[in-house]
Design a binder for this molecule. Structure first.
Ligand code: EPZ
Length: 420
């Protein structure tokens, strides 16, 4: 099992190109099932999760061709089967996003329940409630969701009980081929939702309001093929900005959209970072100063993203002062706390949703273990700020969401090696 060996204590300095967004690529690849014509998805990141989604499309019978730049061409002309097996769904929950497209296009689907994961139970009740509202018959047996809509889906009003990114995405894709108009209410407003809506419109769908809490979709009989470039990954970008801030360094990110990082940039400025940005670049400079502690409350977009809570905890661990971090989206997303404390941090947990971080002037290297994707990136940040050499075990978690992380950190002067 691969490990990362990181010798910290040096500021990161340099420039990086940000990869395409994992959390936009995954729903968009699922959306290629909505048409029988070829679809070219470019700027997809080279990540394990993307490979798993491509594997799933292949398993369903879609033809998938990948070129050397990892542009992915999908042609779902003649699917062999409409079943997404547990073996694939359990390794990557976003596989569940094939449910909406399969039911909408083929009138039937069997998709394994994704089950929980390290950060929480992560139910899919809103996905199923919405599909039933659109006219599908849905049963859950033997760990599988079996959905039927032999006469097709029919547009209607759908009121989600809570803000769910995946639920919004599954229902947008289902509604794209439903008869008539669908109005989705209480939608997630993440930039990845906007990207998906723009992608669907590239295929001839009629989606409006994506990025607001009400999305209106005029269903079409069929969608055509097309080509789409995935948006930059705002979570990868935020992670490297926080890493530069935690090591009192500076970084320039290229091919990034600052508009998608408003809450994060504001918190970094409050931590003492000097930030400038243009249309597709961001520069951060700590001017060699120790960060200041900053309180964090995670909430749905445009609030502070839960996917950057762990990374900011690593920053607060070495900041001046004490900060509280409240995790309001997932019920178990503090597993990085005990690992960061092994590096000499002073973080107190208060129940499942609040941590109090007393900033320490120094952290010291120690062996630690990754537990989930974003927790592992917080351990990388803490290790880069710690004196000595830290080894991080189980870094398969990190390979799910960060393309060539050691090369990118080496580009910034980080002393990072992968140990197989
Ligand atoms: C997406 O997960 C992202 N994954 C997550 O990123 C991200 O943390 C999350 O949105 C929140 O922003 C992808 O886009 C592939 P949700 P998703 O449905 O769609 C509850 C990463 O690190 N809920 O918005 O699964 C759920 O339990 C990953 O890249 C229900 O109760 O998240 C959670 O508490 C981690 N019923 C909350 O809503 C439902 O039917 C938000 O979940 C659906 C969700």
């Amino acid at each position: 099992m691969d490990k990362l060996s990181i010798t910290g204590g040096q500021p990161l300095h340099g420039r990086l190109r940000v990869s395409g967004a994992k959390n936009s690529t995954l729903p968009i690849l699922a959306g290629t099932l909505l048409t029988e014509e070829p679809v070219l998805v470019s700027n997809a990141p080279h990540l394990h999760d993307v490979t798993t989604m491509i594997e799933l499309l292949g398993c369903l019978g879609a033809e998938v061709v990948i070129d050397e730049k990892l542009n992915v061409e999908v042609c779902a002309r003649s699917l062999g089967q409409l079943r997404a097996p547990y073996e694939l769904v359990k390794t990557m929950r976003a596989s569940f996003l094939v449910l909406g497209p399969l039911v909408a296009k083929y009138g039937a689907a069997e998709v394994s329940l994704p089950g929980g994961c390290a950060i929480g139970s992560r139910p899919v009740d809103q996905h199923l409630k919405g599909l039933e509202a659109l006219g599908a018959q849905v049963v859950v047996t033997d760990g599988y969701v079996k959905a039927q809509a032999p006469n097709g889906l029919v547009g209607t009003d759908v009121y989600m009980d809570l803000v769910t990114v995946g639920g919004t995405e599954n229902l947008m894709m289902a509604a794209a081929l439903a008869r008539g108009e669908t109005r989705l209410h209480n939608c997630a407003r993440e930039p990845e939702i906007v990207d998906l809506g723009n992608f669907l419109n590239t295929l001839g769908a009629e989606v409006d309001g994506h990025g607001t809490s009400t999305i209106v979709i005029q269903g079409k009989d069929k969608l055509h093929g097309g080509a789409f470039r995935v948006m930059p990954d705002r979570v990868e970008a935020g992670t490297y900005l926080i890493a530069a801030a935690a090591t009192r360094g500076s970084v320039r990110l290229e091919d990034v959209d600052p508009e998608t990082l408003g809450a994060v940039l504001e918190k970094l400025q409050m931590a003492g970072a000097e930030i400038t940005y243009g249309e597709d670049w961001i520069e951060l400079d700590m001017l060699g100063r120790r960060p200041l502690a900053v309180d964090i409350e995670t909430s749905p977009y445009p609030g502070f993203p839960t996917d950057m809570q762990a990374q900011f905890m690593a920053l607060n661990a070495i900041a001046e002062g004490t900060a509280t971090i409240s995790e309001n989206i997932f019920e178990n997303r503090f597993m990085h706390v005990q690992e960061i404390n092994r590096l000499g941090a002073n973080i107190e947990l208060h129940g499942h949703s609040m941590a109090v971080v007393h900033g320490m002037k120094d952290l010291r290297a120690a062996p630690v273990m990754a537990t989930d994707l974003r927790a592992s990136s917080s351990l990388v940040i803490a290790a880069l700020a710690a004196e000595g050499t830290t080894t991080i075990d189980r870094i398969y978690h990190i390979d799910r969401g960060y393309e060539t992380i050691e090369e990118k950190l080496q580009q910034l002067g980080g002393a990072v090696q992968r140990i197989s």
